[in-house]
Design a protein around this ligand. Structure first.
Ligand SMILES: [Zn+2]
Length: 283
């Protein structure tokens, strides 16, 4: 009786593999200080690379760090550490060059090319299910041109809010989720993308949500002292037309959101005084 139970409780090979993948993703999330949901399971498996592969695979890894919102300077530190663990390490100069060029464009690799030997397969990949398999891209119907043509810039949204909206579109592209796909990001990353502070990005997102342009679930900021979590943003597709209300109503709404945000930040700071933040990353 007892040995039968033991047999049944033993995980199958697939299950055991899934557990190992998940642990590696969690471990990488800690080391890289990013939300684990942004990590494709194949990516932490890029290690102990042989000499002929190391340059190419570090490039792939660095493009992934960029897509996760890791800053370039930090990516360089991670790359140097990764390089140190190779049996045959590259020169720091070579590592620097690779990271630099990976951060230049928005190039990213699918799981069917360089990552194929490390990939778990899309049937079992939680990243694929969450980010890629969700929505069919609707090409050309949800662009910035469409947004402008609908008249959103005529008194409804500010320059900054339009920039944030455009930032979401670029994240959709960088993450390959398709138009209106689910984007997980941090205020910090979004802010950096459009050259605004995390606090202004946060206000802009809340305004866009009130105007039904996006769905938005806040994450957990660093200041709370708990592990940080990215926020989730999904654009409404097709893009809705502006509401038929006087723009002054939108201005009042914006003021209210700004005040709310200030209060929220102040109380988060009050909490952070008692709990030291430990993980750098999302805010
Ligand atoms: Zn993969």
């Amino acid at each position: 009786m007892a040995e039968n139970l033991g047999d049944r409780c033993r995980p199958t090979d697939d299950r055991r593999d899934d557990l190992r993948w998940r642990e590696d993703v969690q471990d990488a999330a800690r080391r890289w200080a990013v939300d684990p949901r942004l990590i494709r399971p194949c990516v932490p498996q890029i290690r102990a690379i042989e000499k002929s592969q190391r340059n190419q695979m570090l490039y792939v890894l660095a493009t992934e760090w960029r897509a996760m919102g890791v800053a370039e300077q930090r990516a360089l530190e991670l790359a140097l550490r990764w390089n140190d663990e190779l049996a045959l390490a590259m020169s720091p100069r070579e590592v620097k060059g690779i990271v630099k060029s990976a951060f230049k464009g928005d190039k990213r690799y699918g799981c069917d090319t360089h990552l194929a030997p490390y990939c778990i397969g899309k049937e079992r990949c939680p990243y694929f299910a969450a980010h890629v398999g969700t929505k069919e891209p609707l090409r050309g119907r949800a662009t910035m041109d469409e947004f402008r043509d609908l008249g959103w810039r005529r008194g409804y949204v500010t320059r900054l809010e339009a920039d944030v909206y455009e930032g979401i579109i670029s994240l959709e592209r960088i993450r390959h989720v398709g138009e209106g796909g689910r984007v997980i990001t941090s205020m910090r990353q979004l802010g950096r993308l459009i050259d605004a502070s995390p606090a202004s990005a946060s206000v802009a997102l809340r305004v866009l949500k009130e105007l039904s342009l996006i769905e938005f679930q806040p994450g957990r900021p660093r200041a709370t002292g708990l592990p940080p979590k990215g926020c989730t943003v999904v654009r409404t597709i097709p893009i809705p037309a502006p509401p038929r209300v006087d723009p002054s109503i939108v201005r009042r709404l914006r003021r209210r959101i700004r005040d709310d945000n200030r209060l929220r930040r102040e109380s988060a700071r009050a909490v952070a005084v008692s709990v030291e933040p430990s993980v750098p990353g999302f805010s």
